[in-house]
Structure formats: structure tokens, C-alpha cells
Write a protein that binds this ligand. Structure first.
Ligand code: SF4
Length: 325
């Protein structure tokens, strides 16, 4: 397998206009994604973490062009996604799939599971005729740990974990190369989470899939990701190999997120850093370092004035902080 990047994201920006209810004039902008760049190697998993509202899901939707980015570039296997026309986007959509947090909301309640999974096969001409579609749906159901008999049932007849398996089977039907898992396990019980994560990892091994794994909880991405990007108010503040990030976090925000992750060994004591206040509004993000209003080591006159750029903090490790390297 080639080790080149399958996905390259460069300076991606997404702003949403805020309009006044009376004249529909743009009165402000939500800075949802604020200059995000990264590469993702084929067959690897990039975990993206941060509190809700930090721009992770918007970033994912911009990468897939489910929403239009304001600026920046996304290149998938050498093809510019940001400038792709409709027919190119349709072909790209087959290669880049997404699994959502709430599978129930994304599965049509009036369609049987067989029809939901088979839909992509028919749209993309990957199976022809009833029996070929049924055979392929059976194969996909087996791959995700469900049975052929469940093909005729409706989404409401399944548990949350099973519904997420149906969502995975639907994504796999079109033989994607990359899957974005957008909080795909966040709504599930911990034991079911582990089962779905194991399934995703087995499928990655079998099919050579590349994942972007979005979660608000660092413990979820720890065992699934090769690399982890930590986002705060639309920006990546730290990025490193998963092991490195967990062992030696550099950014004060990453430290605070990690301090909230329970340690299974009771002999290991981790100092808890509780952040003050809520995430500021992305309509008026703080000046300089977006994190300065909550950072326990912020320096007045520096952090509130100058935006820290991502800089090297070791091999493959980058951090956006004036005081850490
Ligand atoms: Fe904290 Fe300043 Fe570093 Fe931002 S740049 S994380 S405010 S120390």
C-alpha cells in the first residue's frame, strides 16, 4: 500500500452569515472553521477531537462538499474536491462516505434495511437486478455482524448499535476508500461503543479503509487513531501521533481534555485541569489565541494579541501556543 496522503486539506475556512430577522442583512459571521490544514495517509485514521461547537463536523462536511467551504482547498487522491463539478462530485461521493451520530435520523424510516443498503448499489450501478442486489446486501449485512433475515425489517425495529451497523453497511455498499465517522459512536452505551469501534477497525484492516474519526472525547479516539488533531474554536491547536499526544500533550487545551479522561489503573493519578467558563461564541471569537480567555497560563499582552501559528514540537508533532514547543 502506498504511504502517500489520500486526503490533503489546506487552509480550509467556513463562515456562516448571521442575518438580521428583519432585513435579512448579514450582521455578523460565525467563524466555524478557521484555517484548518492537514494530510491524511492512506489506510490510516485521523482522530479529530474538541468540545461541541469547535467546528469538527462543519469541517467534515466541507471536506465532503456537503456544504460549500468559504475558502481553502481539499484534495482527495490528487483530485481537487473544492473545484469539482456535479458529476465529479458524484463520483467522489462514492469514494468518500460519512456515518452520522444519529443513525436513526439518517435512515429512512419507510424503507426496509435491504432497500436502504441497496439504494447506493443501484444509484452507482454496482449491482443489477433483484437477486444481485439481495446477494450484495446479504454480504454487507454479514460484514457488519447482522443477518440476512434482517433485510426486510425497518430501522425502528433495531437497537442503536444495530442501526449504526446498518449505517456502516450502507456506507460500505458503494466501496468507499475513506469514511468520515462523525461522532459515530457518541450516542451509544460504552459497551456498544467498543463493539462498533472494533467493527470499524476490522473493516479498516480487511478493506484498507482510511478514516476521519470525529469525537468530543479523547478516550474514544485513543485506540482508533494513528494521528490526532485537537480543535478549538475552528482551529487545530495541536496535532501528533496518537501515542505521542497522549504521552506528551503540549497545548494547555489538550492537557485539560486529557486530564478529564479516566485512567484505568487506580495507582496512576492524573491532575485534573478544569477549564473555567464555556467555549466563547464563534461569532465573536477572542482575539489572538482563541483559547486565551480560558487558558490557565495565558500571558496578557501576548496571548490576547497575537495568533499563535502551528509550529513543530517534535517529530510529526505540531502545537499552536506561544509558550509551548
Ligand atoms: Fe494559552 Fe497563550 Fe498558549 Fe494560547 S498561546 S494556549 S493562551 S499560553
Amino acid at each position: 500500500m502506498s504511504a502517500g496522503p489520500l486526503l490533503q486539506v489546506r487552509d480550509l475556512v467556513k463562515r456562516f452569515p448571521v442575518r438580521s430577522s428583519l432585513l435579512r442583512r448579514t450582521t455578523a459571521q460565525v467563524h466555524a472553521v478557521d484555517g484548518v490544514s492537514f494530510d491524511l495517509i492512506k489506510g490510516q485514521t485521523l482522530g479529530v477531537v474538541g468540545e461541541s461547537g469547535c467546528g469538527k463536523s462543519t469541517m467534515a462536511r466541507c471536506i465532503l462538499r456537503l456544504i460549500e467551504p468559504t475558502s481553502g482547498q481539499v484534495v482527495f487522491d490528487g483530485q481537487d474536491v473544492t473545484t469539482a463539478d456535479r458529476s465529479e462530485l458524484r463520483a467522489l461521493a462514492r469514494q468518500m462516505q460519512i456515518i452520522f451520530q444519529d443513525p436513526f435520523a439518517s435512515l429512512n424510516p419507510r424503507m426496509t434495511v435491504g432497500a436502504i443498503i441497496g439504494e447506493g448499489l443501484l444509484i452507482h450501478g454496482l449491482a443489477h437486478g433483484r437477486s444481485e442486489v439481495a446477494d450484495r446486501v446479504t454480504e454487507l449485512l454479514t460484514m457488519v455482524g447482522l443477518s440476512k433475515d434482517q433485510m426486510r425489517r425497518y430501522p425502528h425495529e433495531f437497537s442503536g448499535g444495530q442501526r449504526q451497523r446498518i449505517g456502516i453497511a450502507r456506507a460500505l455498499a458503494v466501496q468507499p476508500r475513506m469514511i468520515v465517522c462523525d461522532e459515530a459512536v457518541s450516542a451509544l452505551d460504552v459497551s456498544i461503543q467498543a463493539q462498533v469501534i472494533n467493527l470499524l477497525q476490522d473493516l479498516q484492516e480487511q478493506l484498507g479503509l482510511t478514516y476521519v474519526f470525529i469525537a468530543h472525547d479523547l478516550s474514544v479516539v485513543e485506540h482508533t487513531s494513528n494521528r490526532v488533531a485537537v480543535m478549538y474554536l475552528g482551529r487545530i491547536v495541536e496535532m501528533a501521533d496518537a501515542r505521542d499526544l497522549y504521552a506528551q500533550p503540549k497545548h494547555p487545551y489538550t492537557e485539560s481534555l486529557l486530564s478529564a479522561v479516566p485512567v484505568p489503573d487506580p495507582r496512576v493519578k492524573r491532575r485534573r485541569t478544569v477549564l473555567q467558563g464555556d467555549v466563547p461564541s464563534p461569532i465573536h471569537p477572542p482575539s489572538g489565541c482563541h483559547f486565551h480567555t480560558r487558558c490557565p497560563i495565558a500571558q496578557e499582552g501576548l496571548c490576547d494579541r497575537e495568533r499563535p501559528q502551528l509550529k513543530s514540537a517534535g517529530e510529526g508533532h505540531t502545537v499552536a501556543c506561544h509558550l509551548r514547543s
